[in-house]
Design a protein around this ligand. Structure first.
Ligand code: UT7
Length: 321
């Protein structure tokens, strides 16, 4: 029987240089640094400037991941880009990344699952690699949520930031390392709790992000705890076996509540929400790259990636790094 597994060879990320602190935001929006920190844990976020787009950030993150992996662009057979803020409705932003990387021919497409986008993209790429469609894949989460925020709405605009994260996967015969299991979910009954009030086929406009934060919060803790238990049960692992939890970075209080519900050591949870805010599909690979580069996550570690977002969608992946 084949033990073809998707191994994470390298990680990379990219942030727009412009960093906006809560204090700076409070000069323009009716809010305070104290409220934002107390309710969310966020201290700053990065905001894309002129010429910086979802595809340019994704390309930079991809280049950094390829360099870390020691893989050249022409080896890449598959690019899956998770985003809810593509450069254009079509073509897929993944093809812009492909051309920027100078790849003449590979499979390239976008996946839309909002904040769970990276988990969906990872799962799709993992199954395509296992199925033999390619040997090397770039899986990217990239967003420019600043472009769909209503800067007059203090209940949402303080929560999000821009950025990108990427991993290079290689299909390898391995029983030891790689993506061990992924689990994905969606429940469209909750479409109206987190959405964009525009679209090509409805208003003909891009629209702005709208969220009923309290209700999203409640669902997030329940769904994330459930899907974390699901990937652990699928592989016979216990929460105590995890070296690192790399969660979607929406709110520090969600990270704390989920860790508590599962009995996870908070010191084992990677937290970047303080510096990046919520970067939607980019947040998990950005947090992963941060913890790999600062030496926390080491080869052989058992890590779990998890996210929850609009749809609702939610999912998790258990990975032996
Ligand atoms: O990535 C997808 C997943 N997204 C999430 O997981 C987000 C989940 N939700 C949350 O993180 C939290 O619900 C929020 C951070 C969005 C809000 O925190 P909360 O503790 O649920 O606050 P709230 O919405 O109940 O608002 C409390 C008060 C309200 O005032 P009143 O009605 O009590 O007078 C708000 O008007 O805080 C007020 N408020 C603010 N005050 C200062 C709301 N936003 C702000 C603000 N600055 N930016």
């Amino acid at each position: 029987m084949s033990n073809r597994r998707s191994v994470i060879l390298g990680t990379g990320s990219a942030l727009p240089p412009r960093r906006v602190t809560n204090h700076e935001l409070a000069e323009r929006v009716d809010t305070t640094h104290e409220w934002i920190v107390e309710r969310t844990g966020i201290e700053a976020r990065h905001i894309a400037g002129d010429g910086e787009t979802t595809a340019t950030l994704a390309t930079e993150a991809a280049r950094n991941a390829l360099a870390a992996a020691g893989v050249s662009p022409d080896q890449v057979g598959l690019i899956v880009l998770a985003t809810a803020t593509p450069d254009q409705i079509f073509p897929a932003s993944a093809t812009r990344v492909q051309s920027a990387l100078g790849i003449d021919d590979c499979i390239a497409f976008d996946v839309a699952a909002v904040c769970t986008g990276f988990l969906y993209a990872l799962s799709v790429a993992d199954n395509m690699l296992k199925g033999g469609m390619a040997d090397y894949a770039l899986v990217i989460g990239s967003e420019t949520f600043s472009r769909i925020l209503d800067w007059e709405d203090r209940t949402t605009c303080v929560l999000f930031g821009d950025g990108a994260g990427a991993v290079v996967l290689k299909a390898e015969e391995s029983t030891e390392r790689g993506v061990l299991v992924t689990r994905l979910h969606a429940d469209g009954r909750h479409n109206n709790l987190l959405y964009v009030d525009g679209g090509v086929s409805t208003t003909g406009t891009v629209g702005k992000l709208r969220m009923k934060g309290k209700e999203v919060f409640r669902h997030a803790v329940v769904n994330l705890a459930a899907v974390l238990n699901e990937v652990l049960a699928a592989t016979g692992h216990l929460a105590g076996d995890l070296d690192w939890v790399v969660p979607h970075q929406a709110n520090k209080r969600i990270l704390d509540a989920t860790a508590k519900k599962l009995g996870l050591d908070p010191a084992r949870v990677v937290v970047t929400v303080d510096q990046h805010a919520n970067t939607s599909a980019a947040s998990v690979p950005l947090a992963l790259d941060t913890a790999v580069r600062d030496g926390r996550i080491k080869r052989g570690d058992l890590i779990v990636l998890e996210a929850m977002g609009g749809g609702f969608t939610w999912g998790a992946a258990l990975v032996r790094y």
